[in-house]
Design a protein around this ligand. Structure first.
Ligand SMILES: *[C@@H]1O[C@H](CO)[C@@H](O)[C@H](O)[C@H]1NC(C)=O
Ligand SMILES: *[C@@H]1O[C@H](CO)[C@@H](O)[C@H](O)[C@H]1NC(C)=O
Ligand SMILES: *[C@@H]1O[C@H](CO)[C@@H](O)[C@H](O)[C@H]1NC(C)=O
Ligand SMILES: *[C@@H]1O[C@H](CO)[C@@H](O)[C@H](O)[C@H]1NC(C)=O
Ligand SMILES: *[C@@H]1O[C@H](CO)[C@@H](O)[C@H](O)[C@H]1NC(C)=O
Length: 238
């Protein structure tokens, strides 16, 4: 009887966990990254437990009852900090840090809130030049929401688009947009050698917008296109 009760409680807890989608987070090699849990209204956090789940689960940092953070001997040891607002900071982030994190928040009445984060880290170091130029593979574009900014102007949507080809040497990246005002100007900026595009869209004029990333080298060229609309609706909580 107790066992049945326990499994049903676990089942309910798992459903609650599954319901919350992972937060996609972008990191740039060599820079800090902040993983910020969302605390539900009225949820008074007592304990915070951060884990890294890939390839094997390891504890990163914990804090119990507001005591100072305890850091574990994980791959992040010496590079991570658990802030009093439950945010985990990794400084600097490295390419091998890409993977899934989870945070378990426990409140003062023992209720739990679990959230997961997918961290994708992009490199800044140009690959060593090689004599042979490999053909480019089909690039993929991933979309990341800008961390919520309270000062964001209403009716706009800020995103990062990261373009990556898994194969190819000496690559150059370029972007084109349709349905958006020209890619130059204050609302678009490219960085990481053009691999990442930061964009600020005007929801009344620019939607739906599509972006094409072209990856090229001396022997080949490939493009991929993505339409952003859903991401902005999510941004606005529509
Ligand atoms: C603890 O969490 C539960 C479930 O989210 C919530 O109903 C309750 O109000 C919370 N209590 C405190 C003291 O945070
Ligand atoms: C938590 O604190 C860190 C360091 O002070 C800060 O960078 C971060 O923005 C804060 N997070 C939230 C959600 O306020
Ligand atoms: C928002 O604007 C205020 C006042 O201009 C500024 O102090 C604050 O740093 C800004 N916050 C962000 C996240 O840009
Ligand atoms: C790399 O690309 C640049 C510009 O596209 C070109 O000038 C250079 O010769 C290329 N290097 C190699 C090793 O292919
Ligand atoms: C940038 O976006 C803002 C609001 O979304 C808009 O008012 C402004 O005209 C845009 N600027 C350019 C150069 O496209």
């Amino acid at each position: 009887m107790e066992w049945i009760l326990l499994t049903s409680v676990l089942h309910t807890a798992m459903l609650a966990v599954l319901a919350r989608a992972p937060v996609e987070t972008l990191g740039i090699e060599g820079y800090p990254v902040f993983l910020k849990p969302k605390v539900p209204p009225g949820f008074h956090v007592r304990d915070t437990i951060w884990r890294f789940l890939t390839p094997i689960e390891e504890l990163v940092a914990i804090s119990f009852q507001g005591t100072p953070q305890i850091q574990y001997q994980s791959r992040f040891y010496g590079r991570s900090q658990l802030h009093t607002n439950f945010t985990l900071e990794i400084r600097p982030v490295s390419l091998g840090d890409s993977g899934t994190f989870s945070v378990l928040l426990v409140n003062t009445t023992g209720e739990m809130e679990k959230q997961t984060f997918h961290l994708a880290v992009y490199g800044t170091v140009l690959r060593k030049k090689r004599d042979v130029t490999d053909a480019v593979s089909m690039p993929t574009i991933r979309v990341f929401s800008e961390e919520s900014n309270p000062n964001r102007s209403a009716g706009s949507c800020e995103l990062f688009l990261a373009c990556a080809a898994t194969r190819g040497t000496n690559l150059t990246y370029s972007w084109a947009g349709t349905g958006v005002k020209k890619l130059s100007g204050g609302n678009h900026s490219a960085f990481e050698n053009g691999q990442v595009l930061r964009t600020k869209l005007d929801l009344s004029e620019d939607m739906p917008a599509s972006y094409t990333c072209t990856v090229a080298n001396a022997v080949s060229q490939k493009s991929a296109t993505i339409t952003v609309w859903e991401q902005c609706q999510r941004e606005l909580g529509l």
